[in-house]
Design a protein around this ligand. Structure first.
Ligand SMILES: *[C@@H]1O[C@H](CO)[C@@H](O)[C@H](O)[C@H]1NC(C)=O
Length: 461
């Protein structure tokens, strides 16, 4: 090839590469969602927006029906010999938990436990939204600052995940100069919050509903904390309401922009040290095995993103099916290694009562199908085209990421910084997985304090 031909060829490749990179790294505008929306059945009606006290009070009809279904359950299919949790929830382990459910789990007691904190509902955009609202007991003379904090759960969790963490946040802690007024909503379609009757209830819509809730409670500005969907919703709140969100504390941080994925794939597989520190490299390499785990663990996501109602029908008919489906996620997402354990490791972090409380919230509210629809509302072409993932969070909103080692997927800090423009705190923990509020409530609470005190000190706490 002549030098000129080579030159032209080189230039063409360069231009193509540049065009491709520019296209991949384009940052779209965050979409605007009107607030005068109606998610309830039929046409909008002028509703009342009072905040009404709420208590869980499950009817004997629902409890008798549950008891009946557990009584007539078919014997479980025995697991394959020697197989632990690798074919899904091990039925020997499941049987142990069902035995606990039928002989030891006492709903009367559990219901009072769940009712120990004040709960309310209020109508937003046609949906009755349920939330816990716990105000701190602080001596007026004590100089301790009270800050509003919203806590957001995910799937297959519920407000139950936060119960053990609430006292750490709402009671003054030694040496801390702030304490929190916590507001913990059930996501629309989850537990005691109504489900949308119309399609489109995606995380951005939930972010809006929860902002409206906080404003209705008199908190124009507030902090937010979340993992799983809660972290996605909290992140979207920073985009939509940068003037309302004082800071977002996340225990599930990811950058899924085109550039992050490209770097992860190209550099993560070849020269990981270009994007990560020595300590971080084992958390996300070998990339191929992380992707293999992702495929092994994400079948549910594909189903729920495409046909949530079909599997939902089976799960809302069978308490045992529902328990298996949800418990499996507590085994694997608390620690992927626990698939190798006979008991799924569950009792290392949870009591069966705790796990069953969460399952009961799905069961008694008949909300498994509607909870799963969130995946279909998020993972679809329309949402993908909006390119949320390519938009960095606004630099005005401080972010904290708490990385718990057994979280199923991690990314290096250099990538997280591409997503979270104002990452003020990044702490790593050797223990804990996907549910730190449930697993390590004090550790997570302390991480939240550390972050928020840092932010408040900048504004003279
Ligand atoms: C369940 O707990 C309540 C309240 O503590 C108690 O009165 C009741 O006897 C318990 N039921 C069973 C079956 O143990």
């Amino acid at each position: 090839m002549g030098i000129i031909v080579k030159g032209i060829f080189g230039l063409a490749v360069g231009l193509l590469g540049y065009w491709f990179y520019a296209k991949l790294s384009a940052v779209p505008e965050f979409p605007v969602y009107p607030e005068d929306t109606w998610w309830g059945k039929g046409d909008p009606i002028k509703g009342n927006t009072d905040i009404k006290p709420f208590e869980i009070d499950v009817s004997t009809e629902i409890l008798d029906d549950l008891k009946h279904r557990l009584d007539i359950a078919l014997p479980l299919q025995p697991p394959l010999e020697g197989v632990k949790q690798h074919y899904g929830m091990n039925s020997n382990l499941l049987q142990k938990i069902i035995d606990h459910w039928t002989t030891k789990y006492n709903w009367t007691e559990r219901q009072s436990f769940l009712n120990q904190y004040p709960q309310y509902t209020t109508m937003i955009q046609g949906l009755n939204i349920h939330f816990l609202h716990v105000k701190p007991q602080v001596d007026k003379a004590s100089n301790i600052k009270i800050l509003p904090l919203m806590l957001l759960h995910g799937w297959p969790g519920s407000v139950r995940e936060f119960y053990e963490m609430i006292p750490f946040l709402t009671q003054p802690q030694n040496g801390r100069r702030a304490v929190f007024e916590v507001i913990i909503p059930s996501m629309p379609g989850y537990g005691f919050s109504d489900a949308a009757a119309k399609s489109g209830m995606n995380p951005a819509r939930m972010a809006q509903i929860f902002k409206i809730l906080m404003h209705r409670l008199g908190h124009d500005k507030f902090y937010v904390q979340g993992g799983d969907w809660g972290s996605i919703i909290a992140t979207i709140q920073t985009h939509l309401y940068p003037d309302s969100i004082l800071g977002a504390h996340l225990n599930f941080c990811t950058c899924k922009s085109n550039i992050c994925l490209l770097k992860l794939l190209l550099l993560g597989t070849t020269f990981p040290s270009l994007i990560a520190t020595k300590e971080e490299i084992p958390l996300f390499t070998p990339v191929s095995s992380i992707f293999a785990d992702l495929i092994l663990e994400s079948g549910y996501l594909h189903i729920q993103a495409t046909k949530p109602d079909t599997v939902g029908t089976a799960l809302r008919e069978s308490p045992i099916g529902l328990a298996a489906y949800i418990l499996e996620k507590f085994v694997t997402w608390t620690n992927l290694q626990w698939k190798d354990l006979e008991d799924g490791g569950l009792s290392r972090k949870y009591t069966y009562d705790k796990l069953l409380d969460n399952i009961m919230i799905y069961w008694v509210t008949r909300s498994i199908t509607t909870s799963q629809r969130l995946y279909a509302e998020m993972f679809n072409k329309e949402m993908y085209l909006k390119g949320f993932d390519n938009i960095p969070t606004p630099s005005k909103v401080p972010i904290a990421c708490a990385r718990f080692e057994n979280e199923p997927a991690h990314q290096p800090e250099s990538l997280l910084r591409l997503k979270y423009s104002n990452l003020q705190q990044l702490n790593n923990y050797k223990d804990g997985g996907h549910y730190p509020a449930f697993e390590l409530p004090e550790v997570l609470a302390n991480d939240v304090y550390a972050f928020i005190e840092k932010i408040e000190i900048q504004g003279f706490l």
